[in-house]
Design a protein around this ligand. Structure first.
Ligand code: ZN
Length: 309
């Protein structure tokens, strides 16, 4: 099992269907658990997917249309019920702060949650922890909306063969990683000789938006891009009118941004039950990489870091 994976909780847009719950995405990233856009029914989908309330460390909401946030009251109350002790951070567009406050207190419950609100006021870095930097960009939708991305810092991958050839073993390996150089039997060994650059993993989350520069910026170099594709290309006029993307546009974002895995989601109910496959075809016409048409309860590993020397 990968340390970093996407658990898809829901994939419907405006209205849930027999096959698709409202949005909901849980990203496991080492010890962190990020819940994106909990739509209605997220608490129960978590149960079905084996995601517990205590695994959530951070909630990121792109905007406050119901399909992206009506699950917040249930999830927050469940975290309180389960006596989750760690601090939960919540990010959302600052302009909609009062909507968050309403959802937070939508019903009466014994509130023990240690919740820190960190609304997104402007584009850029939202927060930084050792394993990732969380960034946000303003998207183009009729209400205040932001997209997110996680960027792991670049590092170096140790090369066992090179280490062995130079006689670097045991605690000396850690010492070399910390100091960058080491003397072994009178010979200088540098970190560059025994390691190669390792690009940090990237995850991008682009929800409701028209095609805009911010979507490309968020997707730039992403190992996994979760992207709304509400409409098929044949319905591009509707996408334009309602501030959404077509599957072909999602493919174009992936292609032009060097994405490795594209996950299509936020599917309009008009494509139920079978014609959603046409969305895959539209995206594939624009993007030659791997594409997954998201389904509820899918577990999708973040692709391993690409090796490049
Ligand atoms: Zn939506």
């Amino acid at each position: 099992m990968s340390n970093r994976e996407l658990v898809v909780l829901g994939t419907a847009s405006q209205a849930p269907t027999r096959h698709r719950n409202h949005n909901g995405y849980f990203l496991r990233w080492d010890a962190d658990g990020l819940l994106f856009d909990p739509g209605e029914g997220t608490q129960r989908q978590m149960l079905l997917a084996g995601v517990t309330a205590s695994q959530i460390t951070r909630i990121c909401v792109t905007h406050f249309h119901g399909d992206h946030c009506l699950g917040l009251p249930g999830v927050l109350q469940r975290m309180s019920l389960d006596r989750v002790a760690h601090v939960l951070e919540a990010h959302y567009p600052a302009k909609s702060q009062e909507v968050f406050a309403r959802l937070r207190h939508a019903s009466l419950f014994h509130d023990t949650l240690a919740l820190t609100e960190r609304p997104v006021h402007s584009d850029g870095v939202v927060t930084e922890v050792p394993s990732f930097r969380l960034e946000a960009r303003t998207l183009s939708h009729p209400v205040p909306t932001v997209g997110y991305r996680l960027v792991e810092p670049d590092g170096r991958r140790m090369l066992p063969g090179e280490l062995a050839a130079r006689g670097v073993t045991g605690p000396d390996i850690g010492r070399l990683q910390r100091t960058g150089r080491l003397s072994v039997d009178g010979q200088l060994v540098t970190l560059d000789q025994v390691s190669e650059p390792r690009r940090g993993q990237r995850f991008a989350f682009v929800m409701d938006t028209r095609l805009c520069d911010a979507a490309f910026e968020l997707a730039d170099g992403a190992d996994m891009l979760v992207c709304e594709s509400t409409f098929a290309d044949a319905d591009a006029g509707l996408a334009r009118d309602y501030g959404h993307l077509t599957a072909g546009q999602a493919g174009r974002i992936a292609a032009e941004s060097g994405v490795r895995l594209l996950v299509l989601t936020h599917i309009s109910q008009r494509y139920e039950p079978r014609s959603a496959q046409q969305l895959l075809g539209d995206a594939a016409a624009a993007f030659g990489g791997r594409i997954v048409l998201g389904a509820d309860l899918d577990r999708i590993a973040v692709p391993k870091r690409a090796r490049r020397r």
